[in-house]
Design a protein around this ligand. Structure first.
Ligand SMILES: [Zn+2]
Length: 79
């Protein structure tokens, strides 16, 4: 039987489906018996899914990077 701490350590592996069959089984058994960990896992899943939905920041094009660099140097000249 897993402890709550064991479960917390395995939770993200379970969500990413990295657990072996045996591990997944004891994980599920613990969740079945433990309301606290059910809550924890639900919260964790929400957090992970939210993170995945955030778009990747667009890399700057050379043109944009030059513009920003030019502005930065202009400012430092004025100071
Ligand atoms: Zn628990």
């Amino acid at each position: 039987m897993l402890s709550c701490r064991d479960l917390a350590e395995k939770a993200s592996d379970h969500i990413e489906k990295k657990l072996s069959f045996r591990e997944a089984l004891s994980y599920r058994l613990h969740l079945f018996l433990c309301g606290y960990c059910r809550k924890f896992v639900r919260h964790l899943k929400t957090t992970i899914e939210f993170g995945q939905r955030l778009p990747e920041p667009e890399p700057l094009s050379d043109e944009e990077a030059e513009k920003i660099a030019a502005q930065t140097f202009e400012k430092s000249d004025q100071e």
